[in-house]
Write a protein that binds this ligand. Structure first.
Ligand SMILES: [Zn+2]
Length: 287
């Protein structure tokens, strides 16, 4: 399900990043502390929030039933941004148009181009010294009956508990907003991407919310990338990526592969409701 989409959408099917493992859904949120960096109903003055619109440029993400993720994600991020800024937050988007957030070297193939793209999103969040990072996507599935909203966090960062809480608040806000419009919600917990592994058993957490990683020089070269493009020293054996340094969550807002979900994503009032749902956990007005 999600793994299939993620494999294509995030890493373009390169074997290094292929994701084949099943996913585990975690239990409840008992005992998780409410993070100091965000709180429902809180004042947002002095808060910096980075909203990441998934995909961009010639990598449109998933597309079906009249919805293209690249464009839908950006529109939703802009709507959330408007709500949060009205509450006093400083909001930074990882991209403000359909193009990728960073120029990708033309010699990079699909997988590594996406890798460089994702690293630039992390760098934007860190440079902004964001308090919170929220990545906005929509999902797809070969089974067109699958629908609903999902959210991911990672347990592989020092602020895992805050990320889990953030993810739970995000999905609660979205589901509440959708339910108010008659959407048939089925309960889902925030999912931990530490459960994702590749064929070799290596962890494959989502790049933008996961930990830093080491990519061997040879794998960059295999992908047609000049290691200097990603700032590697000529003698360095690996590219050490950087990770986001703040609590983060990745939202999958409905399945474009489901005609009913896609119709909702094309519906103006529903898009606004989803945006309000995302913003709500950060103290934006509920209505
Ligand atoms: Zn996506």
């Amino acid at each position: 399900m999600t793994a299939l989409r993620r494999s294509r959408a995030f890493f373009a099917g390169h074997p290094l990043f292929s994701i084949i493992a099943g996913l585990a859904i975690l239990g409840g949120l008992g005992g998780v502390m409410v993070g100091a960096n965000f709180a429902a109903g809180g004042d947002l003055n002095g808060r910096t929030i980075v909203l990441d619109s998934g995909h961009g440029g010639d990598e449109p993400g998933t597309a079906a039933n009249g919805v293209v993720e690249r464009d839908s994600n950006l529109d939703l991020a802009q709507r959330v941004s408007t709500i949060l800024e009205a509450r006093g937050a400083r909001v930074v988007l990882t991209r403000y148009s359909a193009v990728r957030p960073r120029d990708v070297p033309p010699e990079a193939n699909g997988a590594m181009a996406t890798f460089i793209d994702l690293q630039s999103r992390v760098s934007i969040a860190n440079s902004a010294r964001a308090d919170v990072f929220v990545s906005i996507h929509s999902n797809s599935n070969t089974d067109s009956s699958v629908r609903g909203a999902d959210v991911w966090y990672t347990s592989l960062r020092p602020f895992a508990a805050e990320s889990q809480r953030l993810a739970a608040l995000c999905i609660e806000g979205v589901n509440t907003a959708l339910q108010a419009r008659g959407y048939p919600i089925r309960p889902r917990e925030a999912m931990d991407d530490a459960q994702l592994v590749d064929a070799a058993g290596r962890g494959t957490p989502m790049f933008v919310i996961g930990p830093e990683r080491e990519v061997p020089r040879g794998e960059l070269l295999d992908c047609g990338v000049d290691p200097a493009v990603v700032g590697m020293h000529p003698d360095a054996p690996v590219w050490r990526t950087s990770a986001t340094q703040m609590p983060g969550a990745l939202l999958e807002l409905l399945y474009v592969s489901n005609p009913d979900d896609a119709a909702l994503l094309r519906d103006e009032p529903t898009r606004y409701a989803i945006a309000r749902g995302i913003a709500r956990f950060l103290g934006a007005p509920a209505s």
